[in-house]
Design a protein around this ligand. Sequence first.
Ligand code: FAD
Ligand code: UDP
Length: 385
Amino acid sequence: MHYDYLIVGAGFSGLVLAERLSNELGASCLVVDRRAHLGGNAADEYDDHGVLVHKYGPHYFRTDSARVLDYLSRFTSWRPVNYQILSWTKQRYWKFPVNLNTFEQMIGRPSTEEEFKAHLEKVRVPIANPANSEEIIISQIGWELYEKFFKGYTQKQWRKSPAELDASVCARIPLRTNRDDAYLREKFQALPAAGYTRMFERILAASPRVHVLLKADYREVMNTVSHTKLIYTGAIDEFYDYRAGVLPYRSLRFEPESFTPEQLKVREEISGHAGFWQPALQVNYPNEFDFTRIVEVKHATGQLCTNTTIVREYPADYVRGGEAYYPVPTEESRRAYSAYAEIARNEKNTYFAGRLATYRYLNMDQIVDAALDLFETIRADRSAA
Ligand code: FAD
Ligand code: UDP
């Protein structure tokens, strides 16, 4: 069988492109993934305790894009979620992201937005154009809050000082002077009602002429599967056999632990909810322990299940051939990537898409948006050919 497109990776990028190409252009596609499941890093699954968990760390869907929302809504309905998290340090939970409630916890008495603003005016370090993740935080909230919540977490996560990372990394976290404690800024915040994996299955079910081959590296099938074009969503340095060097990535180790209702009884005082281990969906640990966060995703999925599962997330160094979860946002790694981007630009029959192939720290909605854009590029290329 001949395929118009061999697509490497069954994550958001690969599946959205396969669906668009097959439905809009009548193209045939083979999607190959070396993992055993659909969805790439956004995959979820029911674990051995019956709890729906996000396999590769928490995936909080959010978007301001009507195009992305309209597109995905063809394949899923949504469960609105107000993603709320806490930070744990110095033996207590803190309201996070930093807001007026956090300030009140710090000073140990009620306060007002005016007082908090006046305090920040005194402690913030005026910097006209914050150039890195340290500057972006201290320019808004000063050293004390930065050291309490950002410095240690970032050092653990990236094994770099915030001063070495692009401002965009810590700028992901909103800072507010009111009582709004939403972790994210986007207007639409929700999870696919039946989970991500179900949504990916529906994308595939709606895509004629798309076949999927799991547990296979594309290099094993590349030469035996006849195809016209390749779409690659894996790591770009791996694609080129690291000929311009190994790009910097951060990796992670996920350590799940599950609990029965009996085991959870003793946690009720802490969690405040029967059937839960911790008081919020996510608790960050900026200064204590080797993990950065503990996620109990049942808070967000709303699953009616008496067991629960928490996942401790440990940052890890990336080793070549291992799981590359995050490109490292620094000037130096962008320069290293540009060597690959240069080679990639000259490819005639290969398109690159997704977080790893374009070496960008993008959220799921941005990835879908980019895949929809790439589809338009491919459509234009076909018309021009
Ligand atoms: P991926 O999901 O990485 O898919 C690429 C696929 O290609 C993988 O399945 C891989 O196995 C396959 N592949 C690679 N090489 C080969 C090969 N040689 N042969 C065969 N298959 C191959 N985004 C949000 O919007 N909200 C969040 O809360 C959020 N949390 C995140 C938490 C973590 C810990 C991580 C790592 C990411 C998070 N993201 C989040 C980002 C989100 O995961 C990505 O934006 C999205 O999944 C990227 O999709 P993708 O298709 O580009 O890549
Ligand atoms: N961060 C931090 N303290 C926190 C949470 C986040 O310093 O309590 C920094 C850290 O550098 C992290 C970045 O902000 O990598 C972005 O956080 P986010 O929760 O968006 O990370 P992701 O979910 O993408 O891993």
